[in-house]
Design a protein around this ligand. Structure first.
Ligand code: SIN
Length: 319
């Protein structure tokens, strides 16, 4: 397929114009996307995590740059779901209606199963969202407690409870901070997730050795950007082997070549986050390059998805 249809893709029942999504919370809550991105280039706008109660976020500094990466410790700052529904949802509804018609994916956070359920119920009722991404993996909250996504049982409990509150596509946003993703991905699939977002930021630490203090106000932070792309790639491949669910890749993609790598490893769509901070028009640039690449190589997203061929033991030298 070529021309304007070349980037069309599916994430389960959701059909999108493009496999390029924003990473949760990296493009604001308003209509800014329409100032920077061409129609048809953005598959969906993924909103910053919203929680039941307002959160002030973590103490500053909250960001520090690293070689090829960014360490953040925002702490899920947001005004809470009531303010979100009253003030932000009307803007998002405009965005999702023609002529803009940009699908919007909500992102739900919580500190307990009940809080996640409250969020998914509230977001579902607004009828403004094409899907709900459940953030099980923020590394910057709960005073350093492990996120839900580090335990298959916890993931299953949250997704199962949320599943019963919505018929909208439910995406489980998993964590890269685990030894093996497969069992956790399978738990999400069994509990009724429609797709997996693989993954979130890698837990990290930058030290100001002169002051003998962490640079970030909360100590640890989550690493994003090109530095984590090979880790995210490995996890997309691991998830692809473990489940049949569609996978939304998230972790360091910045070019059309990166997107094709993720698609080949098994992703149906790719979120662009940190790289977009440098160039807010990046998604449109990637979309143009992606159309050209697909044409040049005579391939399409569907046949490329998950087509990675693993080397045999002989090919890896272990004869
Ligand atoms: C944050 O708000 O701390 C980052 C969001 C996340 O990692 O899920």
């Amino acid at each position: 397929m070529s021309g304007p249809q070349a980037l069309r893709c599916r994430i389960g029942s959701l059909e999108l114009d493009s496999p390029l999504l924003t990473g949760s919370g990296t493009f604001g809550h308003d209509g800014l996307v329409t100032r920077f991105l061409q129609p048809g280039d953005l598959g969906a706008l993924v909103i910053k995590t919203v929680t039941p109660a307002p959160r002030g976020g973590n103490p500053p500094p909250r960001l520090v740059e690293t070689p090829a990466g960014l360490l953040n410790s925002i702490g899920l700052e947001n005004r809470g779901v009531d303010a979100f529904i009253a003030e932000t949802v009307p803007l998002l509804r405009e965005l999702s209606k023609p002529p803009r018609a940009i699908p919007v994916v909500a992102n739900a956070g919580g500190e307990s199963v009940d809080e996640y359920v409250h969020m998914v119920r509230s977001l579902d009722r607004t009828e403004a969202f094409a899907a709900i991404e459940v953030n099980l993996s923020c590394p910057n909250v709960q005073g350093g407690a492990l996120p839900f996504a580090t335990s298959a049982e916890a993931v299953a409990r949250v997704i199962e409870a949320c599943r019963s509150c919505t018929e909208r596509p439910l995406w489980a946003k998993l964590s890269p901070n685990v030894a093996r993703l497969g069992p956790i991905a399978q738990a999400a699939e069994r509990a009724g997730a429609d797709a997996l977002t693989v993954a979130n930021t890698l837990l990290g630490l930058v030290v100001d050795w002169r002051r003998r203090r962490p640079v970030l106000g909360a100590g640890f932070g989550g690493l994003s950007g090109p530095a984590i792309r090979p880790v995210a790639m490995r996890m997309v491949w691991e998830a692809r082997q473990a489940v049949d669910l569609p996978i939304v890749a998230s972790g360091g993609a910045a070019t059309a070549e990166d997107v094709m790598e993720f698609v080949t490893a098994g992703a149906s769509a790719v979120q662009i986050g940190t790289a977009g901070f440098q160039r807010p028009d990046l998604i449109s640039r990637i979309a143009a390059d992606l159309r050209a690449l697909l044409k040049q190589e005579g391939t399409d997203l569907e046949s490329q998805c998950g087509s990675l061929q693993w080397p045999s033991p002989a090919a890896s030298g272990k004869v």
